[in-house]
Ligand binder design. Structure first.
Ligand code: GLN
Length: 235
């Protein structure tokens, strides 16, 4: 398929962009339109939406912007748009985030999940296994005090091998529902997990072109060296 194009909406990067999450806006030579969505902007229709992580105080601000456009974002989910949320952004994909202090933040309920801040901060390397990627592993770095619990048709993104993931006790990491994906893995996530990046790109292209898409294979040698260097790394 020639002349394929894709639009990527980067939600509130001025507030939520921790630990190089910006590095997830990588591409593979596909003609893509990058749209930065900032405070006061109307969120446009995109093929892929990305939102990074951040401190509680930035989340207070962003939760208001997102909640104002919740209905539109749910409509986008129902149209199978692809969403990727990292940590703080992931938490706002659920119904709410209750920080340790201060008011409860509204989420946009893209995922049937909720988050409450715990006393302990989880900081360290994470390895987790998915049931839908080859290789099955996802690796990254977590730094959060939020404890996320997922319910209903929302399922874990992966099962932990090393790390704390969603809440440090149910052995799950991240969440997925339809084409919405959330994870606690900073890293940047996608350069260290190119198979997940390609999975998301394929989902977005198949939805846009209503056709099966097979991406050309890339020389991801360096990315997989980085991936394997973290697999099984101690917490
Ligand atoms: N402020 C949230 C927490 O501590 C998210 C942190 C992050 O995005 N790294 O859980």
């Amino acid at each position: 398929m020639e002349n394929i194009k894709i639009t990527v909406g980067h939600l509130y990067p001025k507030q939520l962009n921790l630990y190089g999450d910006m590095g997830n806006i990588k591409w593979r030579g596909i003609d893509f339109e990058y749209i930065e969505v900032n405070a006061g902007d109307k969120i446009p229709s995109c093929d892929i939406y990305f939102i990074g992580g951040g401190q509680d105080k930035e989340q207070v601000e962003v939760s208001k912007y997102l909640y104002e456009q919740k209905d539109f974002l749910i409509e986008q989910r129902e149209n199978w748009a692809v969403f990727l949320g990292i940590c703080g952004g992931y938490q706002l994909f659920g119904h709410y985030y209750q920080p340790f202090e201060g008011e409860r933040l509204n989420g946009i309920s893209l995922l049937d999940a909720y988050t409450v801040a715990g006393k302990k901060r989880f900081i360290g390397n994470v390895t987790a296994r998915t049931g839908f990627l080859r290789p099955s592993t996802l690796v990254g770095f977590e730094n959060h005090s939020g404890l996320t619990y997922i319910k209903g048709d929302t399922k874990p993104l992966a099962i932990l091998t090393i790390g704390n993931g969603n809440n440090g006790f149910d052995n799950t990491e991240g969440a997925k529902f339809m084409n919405v994906f959330g994870t606690y893995l900073h890293g940047s996530l996608l350069p260290k997990n190119p198979h997940f990046a390609d999975f998301l790109i394929t989902l977005a292209l198949e939805k846009r072109y209503e056709d099966e898409i097979e991406l050309a294979s890339l020389d991801d040698k360096l990315e997989y060296i980085a991936h394997r260097a973290v697999v099984g790394k101690d917490y």
